[in-house]
Design a protein around this ligand. Structure first.
Ligand SMILES: [Fe+2]
Ligand SMILES: [Fe+2]
Length: 399
């Protein structure tokens, strides 16, 4: 039996006895499992300050992970981003097509690097972080030259490559989002590393759980929910002491409405970095094909996330994220007013509605046409709607 402060109570704990008079709290019984958030808040707001919990009958207290200090966020950053909201997409130093050549090399190398990293972590042998750091540096340089080339390549994942390429994709998205938010290079690399490692705790879960084809049972889902803290402790054991990397790992499943896990942190206690991790992680997960579902079309995913933004994402972070990937992210298949089908290849710096696209198919004649680059801000054609590539049987190789 443990006596704890009501502030340390969590959903799932078994309250054995409430310390204080029954008149000080609204519960009819004094022994019960805290099964919902309202009960937790009621108890925390009552005049009761301490309770006895029984760890054998419910969740035990865990040392929860600290949140990265807000002082790390460059001053006035949030205000600056708010003002920049209406302005533009981060500038690109090289063209999408040129960067694609270099990005293919990084893409090819990354799978092997992450595969060894995750295997070493799973087998509990010393993890070589230097190779991972070099990879993050290369990803960072690619994204700084052109934030879309590598990310568009990383959309094409199979069920088998997902666990490796998800880490690389979240890394690249974190750096691109940080670039959009105006962070310096050093911070971008730390965020990239945080993205690369945020799901590392999953390596400690059984493969049968990770590869399960069907939906998870409640019990399995509870087990899956342990990965942020497992990852946090694993990273600490590996000697990582960067508070941003640790914070993003521990808190990338917390939510603005306080319904996240593992700590049900309220909005004001979730760092901007952890929420950047949430945004990038959710986006990549819902746009990828997984063992139990097919991925969503890119343009649809960002619209779905906009519907969820209140509960899940920090508004400023989410707006910067939309500017990063675009309303029509590169790689999105769109139908143009002219009847042509095209893939989006580059965002327009001043308008999210008029990206550059590569047209390659005529829906009027139902034939492939000679690929043609179109700048929708200049050529007079416009996007009619987002199309699902699966419906047309097109592959990302048309990029
Ligand atoms: Fe995760
Ligand atoms: Fe994830």
């Amino acid at each position: 039996m443990k006596k704890i402060s009501v502030d340390d109570l969590r959903i799932g704990m078994f309250v054995h006895e409430i310390c204080g008079s029954w008149m000080d709290h609204p519960f009819w019984v004094s022994s019960f499992v805290i099964s919902d958030r309202n009960d937790l808040i009621t108890l925390q707001k009552s005049s009761i300050r301490e309770v006895w919990i029984d760890p054998d009958k419910g969740r035990d207290t865990e040392p929860s992970a600290p949140v990265a200090s807000p002082s790390l966020v460059p001053s006035l950053l949030m205000e600056t981003i708010k003002e920049a909201r209406a302005i533009k997409v981060a500038t690109q130093k090289t063209s999408f097509e040129d960067e694609l050549v270099l990005a293919r090399g990084i893409h090819a190398r990354s799978r092997g690097v992450i595969h060894s990293l995750l295997t070493e972590a799973r087998m509990d042998i010393p993890v070589n972080l230097t190779t991972a750091q070099h990879l993050v540096e290369d990803i960072c340089n690619s994204v700084l030259r052109n934030s879309e080339a590598l990310i568009s390549l990383l959309h094409a994942k199979t069920k088998k490559t997902y666990p490796y390429l998800h880490a690389v994709a979240v890394c690249a998205l974190m750096i691109a989002l940080g670039k959009q938010m105006g962070f310096d290079n050093n911070l971008l690399k730390r965020l990239g590393m945080a993205g690369l490692l945020l799901d590392i705790g999953k390596t400690l879960l059984p493969l049968s759980l990770l590869n399960k084809q069907a939906r998870l049972t409640d019990e399995e889902f509870e087990m899956m929910k342990s990965h942020p803290l497992l990852g946090y402790h694993l990273l600490q054991n590996l000697g990582i002491d960067d508070e941003i990397i640790l914070d993003v790992c521990a808190h990338h499943h917390e939510r603005m409405d306080g319904k996240g896990y593992p700590d049900w942190l309220p909005e004001e206690k979730i760092s901007i970095y952890a929420n950047m991790g949430t945004c990038c992680d959710v986006y990549d997960a819902i746009t990828s094909e997984r063992s139990y579902k097919t991925g969503w079309a890119l343009g649809q995913a960002i619209r779905k996330m906009a519907e969820w933004q209140e509960g899940q994402f920090n508004r400023t972070v989410f707006h910067a994220f939309v500017r990063t990937v675009g309303l029509y992210p590169s790689g999105t298949l769109v139908q143009l007013k002219s009847g042509r089908l095209a893939y989006v290849v580059e965002q327009h710096p001043g308008s999210l509605m008029t990206p550059k696209v590569k047209a390659f198919y005529s829906t009027r004649q139902n034939v492939f046409i000679e690929p043609l680059m179109l700048d929708l801000s200049k050529c007079g054609d416009t996007i009619l709607n987002v199309e699902d590539p699966a419906k047309w049987n097109f592959k990302a190789s048309h990029l």
